[in-house]
Design a protein around this ligand. Structure first.
Ligand SMILES: [Zn+2]
Length: 350
């Protein structure tokens, strides 16, 4: 049996020369090592070997097996390397070529503007509260001191829904929702979308963003002076430290007294131009001291509590801040337009 093993080894190794093809290698593997192969056959006949010789023969079998296996492995490895070299040579990959650019997503400019506005109010201690778009008459009108026949209800041209509900025409409903459930002191901003029956045009859209804000505390603690301080700080943080502000008396049903805030025109810096109609000023928001009737509607005693509120359009601030002259651009989703506004926001202006 020893001779048989030696012959088997010699034959196999002779066939596994450096030039053996993949097919030859595989044929030797099957013939010698396969199930029913030559070596397997020898091992099966081990019991015919006299017991005294068995260990030596066994050792030889293992040695032959290892030798042939390692030779097979070396040859296969050499062939894999050759195949790799061949394919690399054919493909001629140039690793110095520039790669394919993966387009990067960006936040919508209105989102960036909204986030920066909220950041500024948060830095002054306001918390952010989201409230609902689908609202009832009480929270959108009645609690905000709009009598049933108030012309503002017509003016605002509401989208009414079945069941007496409506799409909110301003984020002021947030003021009512928050105050109803909580007690002062409160300093809250409510961002969100609002809806009015307007055609999409250069200056208007049936859906637009607003930020409502309010601060309420015991009477005497939150005054018109705080309103002016907070909103002046906002205007300078958002539009730049050189921005001039002025408060102009106005009227809203839900505030008394009421004031609109103008900033110096960003184009002419107050000198007067076509955009500001030669006035040098641009209106950015409405504000005022919360009307006692509004406080009563949410269960606050106006003798005990007092506060201010303001509301501003997000698109309006975005048009001014980004120097865009047509609101429709924000809604047309032309990536060439939207991609022009990288994260300018986040704390760059202040
Ligand atoms: Zn101007």
């Amino acid at each position: 049996m020893r001779e048989q093993l030696e012959a088997l080894r010699a034959a196999a190794l002779a066939e596994l020369g450096d030039r053996a093809s993949a097919e030859q290698i595989e044929a030797v593997r099957v013939r010698v090592l396969g199930r029913g192969g030559e070596l397997t056959e020898v091992m099966r006949r081990m019991r015919e070997v006299p017991a005294a010789e068995r260990p030596a023969i066994g050792q030889l079998v293992n040695q032959v097996k290892r030798e042939i296996e390692s030779r097979l492995e070396a040859l296969q490895e050499r062939q894999r390397a050759a195949a790799l070299a061949r394919s690399l040579g054919e493909a001629r990959l140039d690793v110095t070529l520039p790669g394919a650019r993966i387009p990067r997503g960006r936040l919508h400019p209105l989102t960036l503007v909204m986030e920066q506005m909220l950041d500024i109010f948060a830095s002054m201690g306001f918390e952010v509260a989201a409230t609902q778009d689908v609202e009832d008459d009480f929270h959108n009108f009645e609690a905000l001191n709009f009598p049933p026949d108030h012309p503002a209800r017509e003016m605002q041209d509401t989208f009414f829904l079945p069941g007496g509900m409506l799409l909110r025409t301003h984020t002021s409903n947030g003021q009512i929702r928050v105050m109803q459930h909580r007690k002062p002191p409160l300093a809250v901003v409510c961002p969100g979308n609002c809806y009015r029956r307007d055609e999409l045009s250069v200056r208007a859209s049936p859906m637009f963003g607003q930020i409502e804000g309010f601060m309420v505390d015991r009477a005497g603690r939150v005054t018109m002076a705080h309103l002016k301080g907070v909103l002046s700080e906002f205007a300078r943080a958002f539009y730049g430290p050189q921005t001039a502000v002025r408060f102009r008396a106005s009227f809203f049903p839900f505030t008394e007294p009421s004031a609109e805030l103008d900033i110096s025109c960003l184009l002419c810096a107050g000198a007067g131009c076509r955009v500001c109609k030669q006035s040098g000023w641009t209106e950015i928001l409405g504000s005022g001291m919360i009307h006692p009737n509004v406080l009563r509607k949410v269960g606050y005693d106006p003798a005990e509590y007092q506060g201010f509120a303001f509301g501003m359009g997000v698109e309006r601030q975005a048009l001014l801040k980004l120097g865009v002259d047509d609101m429709r651009l924000f809604f047309e989703n032309d990536l060439r337009f939207l991609g022009q506004f990288p994260s300018f926001a986040a704390r760059s202006a202040s």
